[in-house]
Design a protein around this ligand. Structure first.
Ligand code: TYC
Length: 102
């Protein structure tokens, strides 16, 4: 874009390019060892799900291999992943949690 002033100078006007911040899906991965009850409690504790919703998501992960726990801005998604991994390791479960841009 350009605007011509009286002396012929072209003044560049740039359109503000403000993109909304990217969002990230936080996902749990299935494994053969983490107890179902532990995964349900993780979903209730770190993703504020009701017991019923947590059970549904846990079963989806168990049957399909992965499932989305929530969608967040980068820093919140990073914290959720760290919290889940730290909690799982503390209890010696191999549960994996990852994030991916939407
Ligand atoms: N597959 C596990 C079992 O049979 C349960 C499980 C569900 C593990 C979801 C991880 O993200 C997971 N005990």
């Amino acid at each position: 874009m350009g605007t011509k002033s009286r002396d012929g100078t072209v003044l560049e006007t740039k359109k503000a390019k403000v993109k909304p911040p990217p969002l990230f899906k936080v996902m749990l991965l299935n494994d053969d060892y983490t107890p179902m009850e532990f995964v349900v409690l993780v979903l209730q504790t770190f993703f504020s799900m009701s017991r019923e919703k947590a059970y549904q998501v846990m079963l989806k992960v168990h049957r399909e291999g992965m499932g989305v726990c929530g969608v967040y801005p980068r820093d919140i998604a990073t914290t959720k992943v760290e919290q889940v991994l730290s909690h799982a390791r503390k209890h010696q479960h191999p549960l994996q949690c990852v994030m991916e841009e939407t």
